[in-house]
Ligand binder design. Structure first.
Ligand code: 0WK
Ligand code: BGC
Length: 904
């Protein structure tokens, strides 16, 4: 559909008029092209690489949420309009804010202000504020002020915005490139002492925030006034010019679209004249086709062209038409009126001293209609580009959205509205749009933005207070590193071992693999997420493995030791059956991932259970013997345990098989722990000075003697209290997968209590232990994961989360996992620094073999560990090698060496 105006059909005159009207009419297919060009320009505006050159600048506004009706308080708003300054006093009840109390005043702007100095402009605005507050007797109050500034600004905060360029005939000197908030604040400070400018926003943002229907906010706004612009709630992850997540309102500044020539096939010679006569030729080409500052001018130049071609006013001297501004957009809009239009046209043209014929008046009316229709159609092309962008970026089949609209052209003229709405529906058929004209400009919206700004600032402050204890400084981490080193030295000392919280258990593994290991082995891997039985064949051509995972029910892990080891035996026998091992008696390496006093390679006494295990009758017992007894109970004669190792040792050995520099084993999974190769002369708890031995640090218990109490937050204490081993494994409970989810859950509950999350609504499901598993952190923290997915996770917990809520939940997860990674790195820094000093090296080069679901699956845990370690131990070059096949392979390698009878 293209909207062709009707007209008399007489010869050359008709052709000129038709040509003019055709030139001013954009067919739908061309509008589709314009829409696609705007979509592309919007993409360029969002991209960090092309943002600076983009004709649609896509400026972040730092508005991250639409109003939620709880905004409360009294706010001062100042709106800079084309010919006046409007000051408003807005009281928001927080009751959905559908009818806030508003007191306002309008101060006409002296004509010389818009082209005068910036100082004069802001002093004038400050005088208006001072006068307004005097009139409403509010001079004494401490007041937050929201400033509606309808010009393109590079915003870096809600209260920091640099003017990029003036438009709409404003050109005050000394403002472009300056922070407008600062300029206004300093002008206000000259007159008043108690007014803080806390937010600046574009008038489109004010419009978007003001227009909300039945509590469903608008997510797009459009202003078609002297100038034109739009804004919408974009996916923040797509706004590459800022670091943010969730949503961010972006002011498109689409007025400049076409400044790169992408409207040249739409612009007519009449538009060209208007541009050349404007204060900034070549700039804001789109605005000059749409804004009311220009429509009258386009009509005037069209009439000049038609008159020149003797198509109109053949009886008149048309010089009057050559004066800029003789025909205003308002007049053009009156001329298009169905009833009064022709009369208006005649009185206007006669008023200009022209002697228009009836057809002349009709042709002028047609031109006016064409110019206004084109403006509406172009706005529709821009709006549909935004709609399509939002639909795609939100991965929606159909977008349903409210569009707030302000500006004389939309508010005042049905024809403009009809065309805008109908063409939008044609260009964005998969979007359901409700247009919401603002009833009172941007005032209420600006108050809401100011309220949101204050609420966000207040909320930010409160959230920072809640999370501050979990944010560790470099000094904190250096201190933890120092404490870990002290506990390690105490643990290695014969005299001091008993009091050390880090046991530093000798493992009797004295070498890492040398590749000469041979043979077929059975391996068990107990203590991680699953219990695994493996068959491992080690040969000159490498290692082949077969394995089976078995779940150990809590009833068994927390039952009797006999039942636990019986269960283990049943799994072994099931595996041997499946692997058709018949009655082969394979040497067995047993990865037993709990603190054990190793008395030999195949003898280890369990010191205590961890990770939720508590099977009775095991602590103080040789776990190999417990396994052998279970084999006897099962009349299983084919069990030959030759080695029992900790999973850290198994992991070090497994990675050491491929990388001889691997001398540290690290586990960050259900639990956490580390081992490393220590110089025998430093191991005071074992006879012998020569060579080295792998030490199982059991660092999970670091801090059990209270040395970490100042790191422990109330949330950690609550989590610890609810475990079956309160006061134990303190370091582990700050780091490992078994506990992080619970720490997050308790922080979320605290934020709900403080009304900072889920609007303070009680969350019964969130009260349930372990309802927020650590794997949620790994999902929620995936970079670029749409917050929609976070919302989905929360919905499963019957939590109705807003975007702000989802962002806050993500921030809590990030804070907890980052602390865990940093603490893990502080522990490792102590280990590598000790190894470097042990070897008297200026620089240590070492590999850490690592395993565990948290380290392997969390999106940024490993990165945080590595970055923090690099900072805390700069003299150590540390490579992290993720263990492919787990520590079972390592246990088999230890068994292989044991079988060679070589003193490991
Ligand atoms: C896989 C290893 C196993 C270790 C586990 C730790 O093979 O020995 O205990 O990693 O990670 P989790 O399963 O506890 O996340
Ligand atoms: C155990 C360690 C084990 C670690 C990782 C800790 O709870 O005490 O022996 O290495 O978890 O699985």
């Amino acid at each position: 559909m293209n909207h062709q105006p009707s007209h008399p059909t007489d010869g050359p005159i008709c052709t000129s008029v038709q040509r003019a009207l055709l030139g001013l009419t954009i067919p739908l297919e061309t509008l589709q092209v314009v829409k696609n060009r705007m979509l592309q320009a919007m993409g360029e505006g969002l991209s960090r690489e092309t943002h600076a050159q983009a004709s649609i600048r896509m400026l972040p506004t730092y508005i991250c949420s639409t109003p939620n009706g709880t905004e409360k308080g009294e706010f001062l708003v100042v709106e800079l309009c084309k010919k006046h300054v409007r000051t408003l006093w807005v009281t928001l009840q927080g009751d959905g804010n559908h009818s806030p109390q508003v007191t306002q005043d309008i101060f006409d702007m002296p004509e010389d202000i818009p082209q005068g100095t910036g100082e004069a402009l802001f002093d004038f605005i400050a005088q208006c504020v001072q006068k307004f507050l005097t009139d409403i007797s509010r001079l004494e109050d401490h007041l937050p002020l929201g400033f509606v500034f309808p010009f393109s600004c590079k915003q870096t905060r809600l209260d920091k915005a640099e003017l990029i360029s003036w438009s709409k005939d404003f050109s005050c000197s000394g403002v472009e490139g300056k922070d407008v908030v600062q300029l206004l604040q300093s002008a206000i400070n000259k007159q008043l002492k108690n007014v803080d400018v806390v937010a600046l926003m574009n008038n489109t943002v004010g419009t978007m925030m003001t227009c909300s229907v039945e509590g469903k906010p608008c997510e797009i706004a459009l202003v078609v006034d002297q100038g034109t612009n739009s804004c919408f709630m974009a996916e923040a992850s797509l706004v590459e010019t800022i670091e943010a997540s969730g949503r961010m309102c972006v002011s498109t500044e689409w007025g400049c679209f076409g400044d790169d020539g992408s409207l040249n096939d739409v612009v007519t010679p009449y538009d060209q004249h208007v541009d050349e006569e404007s204060s900034k030729p070549g700039e804001r080409r789109f605005e000059k086709l749409v804004g009311t500052l220009y429509l009258g001018e386009i009509v005037r130049h069209t009439m000049i062209a038609l008159a020149t071609e003797k198509a109109v006013f053949v009886e008149s001297n048309i010089n009057v038409l050559k004066t800029k501004g003789v025909l205003s957009t308002q007049q053009a809009l009156e001329i298009i009126d169905e009833e009064e239009g022709m009369a208006k046209a005649r009185s206007l043209l006669e008023g200009l001293g022209l002697r228009p014929s009836e057809p002349d008046c009709c042709r002028v009316q047609q031109v006016c209609r064409a110019v206004v229709s084109r403006a509406a159609a172009l706005c529709a092309a821009g709006l549909s580009a935004i709609l399509t962008h939002m639909c795609r970026s939100r991965e929606l089949e159909c977008l349903t959205v409210n569009v707030g609209v302000d500006g004389d052209l939309y508010q005042g003229h049905a024809r403009f509205r009809e065309i805008l709405e109908s063409v939008t529906a044609l260009l964005a058929p998969d979007c359901k749009v409700t247009f919401v004209p603002t009833s009172d400009g941007t005032g209420r919206g600006a108050a809401i933005v100011t309220a949101v700004a204050l609420r966000l600032v207040a909320q930010r402050h409160e959230v920072d207070q809640v999370l501050a204890p979990l944010r560790l400084s470099r000094d904190d981490l250096k201190r933890v590193q120092g404490l870990m080193r002290r506990e390690m030295d105490l643990g290695l000392g014969q005299e001091t071992n008993a009091t050390a919280s880090v046991c530093m258990l000798p493992t009797y593994v004295r070498n890492t693999p040398d590749g000469g290991e041979q043979g077929k082995f059975l391996a068990l891997d107990l203590g991680g997420t699953n219990f695994r039985v493996l068959m491992v064949e080690v040969g000159a051509d490498g290692i082949r493995m077969a394995s089976e995972s078995y779940v150990i029910p809590t009833a068994v892990t927390q039952g009797t030791g006999e039942a636990l080891f019986n269960h283990i035996m049943e799994c072994i026998m099931d595996f041997q059956l499946k692997q058709d091992l018949g009655d082969q008696v394979l040497p067995l390496g047993f990865t037993f991932s709990f603190p054990c006093q190793q008395l030999g390679l195949d003898k280890a006494v369990l010191l205590t259970w961890t990770k939720g295990f508590s099977a009775s009758g095991c602590v103080g017992k040789d776990v190999v013997q417990l396994l052998r007894e279970a084999a006897q109970r099962k009349q299983h004669l084919g069990l030959k345990v030759v080695a029992v190792v900790n999973d850290t040792v198994g992991t070090m050995m497994s990675c050491g098989y491929d990388d001889p520099k691997c001398e540290i084993g690290l586990i960050v999974g259900t639990g956490t722990n580390a081992c490393y190769m220590e110089e025998m002369h430093n191991v005071g708890t074992v006879e012998g000075e020569q060579g080295r031995m792998c030490i199982n640090m059991e660092w999970g218990a670091f801090g059990d003697n209270g040395c970490l109490d100042d790191i422990f937050t109330d949330f950690d204490l609550v989590v610890d209290k609810k475990t079956i081993n309160p006061g134990k494994q303190r370091f582990e409970k700050l780091i490992s997968g078994m506990y992080l989810g619970e720490i997050v859950r308790h922080i979320l509950l605290a934020l709900v209590d403080k009304q900072l999350l889920f609007r303070g609504k009680p969350c019964p499901k969130l009260q349930t232990n372990d309802i927020f598993p650590t794997k949620f952190l790994s999902t929620i923290e995936i970079d670029g994961l749409g917050l929609r997915k976070v919302q989905a996770i929360l919905e499963d917990l019957e939590l109705q989360a807003s975007f702000e809520d989802s962002m806050l939940v993500r921030e809590v997860c990030q804070t907890v996992s980052k602390r865990a990674a940093q603490l893990c790195a502080a522990g490792l820094a102590a280990v590598v620094e000790k190894m470097r000093q042990n070897q008297g090296l200026d620089q240590l080069v070492v590999t850490v073999g690592v395993d565990g679901t948290l380290y392997k699956l969390h999106p940024c845990f490993s990165q945080h560990v590595q970055q923090t370690l690099k900072d805390l131990a700069p003299k150590c070059i540390v490579t992290f090698r993720q263990s492919e096949d787990g520590s079972g392979k390592g246990a088999a390698l230890v068994a292989a060496v044991a079988c060679r009878g070589v003193k490991l």
